[in-house]
Design a protein around this ligand. Structure first.
Ligand SMILES: [Zn+2]
Length: 326
């Protein structure tokens, strides 16, 4: 179920993904045991509380409204908790509604004060709530991918993390998985006991993740998908779109989408050298002008990979090309 269901969405997915049917699952409101609300917990509206999703034991998804790439409107933050010790992953917003939702999730996970915040990467739609959480809990530790530390507010005192780093939560051990490609640096979170991969922007729950210059790297991205697939996750919980319980499929779909884009780019170049604007018009004929830049940056990332592989060459005097088959 859920495989190969993107025929109409594929055209637009290159600029950040396609909206999928948000299949709703185990919501917290249906849990039989509900702890009494702590005095400090703000009132949470029914709509916000319903949005919390229990992904696995100790894994809560908290969709927060953010300024993100269309068609998405939210970033999924996650609360991970074990034995009353918890962390927040990718708090993308820090407005009152977002903070209330995160506090409700922490409360539901029996976490009085989170141990820290883990950022899969530092795009604004993933870090927007860090300041708000630090003002609530000044001792909060912030972890961010090592190569993106320079993009963190120095006031956060963020600690750089890399592939293989382990974080303990009570008796649970989480492993960080280096997954660059979408951003300059990126880590996913692997909770092996649950076979859950918090994927950040490695994949989207529906459609595809944007990979474009200057930070995007298609070779690294494909390698990251392979690295994630080797873990054989059952659940892939992305930062955008629904949680996927067909982990291998969503990783495979992302790889197939990238390779299909590369194949169509090579096919277009078979007609002769072309500038980036012409390639964009050919590969994305129905695109609104507002999305031209994102699409062209995607193609430039693909072209960079193909040039490294000596399959394409740049025969122009500027970055716009022309590009030709080597
Ligand atoms: Zn991102």
């Amino acid at each position: 179920m859920g495989r190969h269901r993107r025929p109409g969405a594929d055209r637009r997915s290159h600029v950040g993904g396609a909206r999928g049917d948000a299949r709703r699952r185990d919501h917290l409101g249906r849990r039989p045991r509900r702890r009494a609300r702590r005095p400090h917990s703000p009132a949470v509206s029914g709509a916000t509380a319903d949005a919390l999703e229990r992904v696995a034991d100790g894994v809560l998804r908290v969709p927060l409204r953010t300024q993100t790439l269309p068609p998405f409107t939210h970033t999924n933050a996650f609360v991970l908790a074990s034995d009353g010790v918890g962390v927040v992953v990718d708090p993308g917003a820090g407005d009152a509604t977002a903070v209330a939702a995160l506090r409700a999730a922490l409360d539901a996970a029996d976490v009085t004060a989170p141990k820290g915040v883990l950022l899969t990467h530092t795009h604004p739609d993933h870090v927007g709530g860090v300041d708000a959480l630090r003002s609530l809990w000044p001792d909060l530790q912030v972890w961010a991918p090592a190569a993106e530390l320079g993009r963190c507010d120095s006031a956060w005192g963020a600690i750089g993390v890399r592939h293989g780093r382990r974080l303990t939560l009570g008796g649970a051990v989480l492993t960080l998985v280096g997954t660059p490609g979408h951003a300059l640096d990126h880590v996913a979170v692997w909770w092996s006991a649950h076979r859950v991969l918090l994927a950040g922007d490695l994949v989207a729950g529906a459609g595809s993740i944007w990979v474009g210059v200057p930070d995007g790297d298609v070779s690294a991205y494909l390698a990251s998908l392979e690295r994630a697939a080797a873990l054989d996750p059952v659940i892939v919980a992305p930062a955008h779109g629904p949680v996927r319980r067909d982990g291998a499929t969503v990783l495979h779909e992302a790889r197939r989408h990238r390779l299909a884009r590369e194949a169509s780019l090579l096919e277009a170049l078979q007609d002769g050298p072309a500038r980036i604007g012409a390639l964009r018009a050919r590969l994305y004929p129905d695109l609104p002008e507002a999305a031209f830049d994102l699409a062209e940056r995607t193609l430039l990332a693909h072209l960079a990979k193909l040039m490294r592989e000596l399959r394409v060459m740049h025969v122009g005097s500027d970055a716009d090309g022309p590009y030709a088959l080597a």
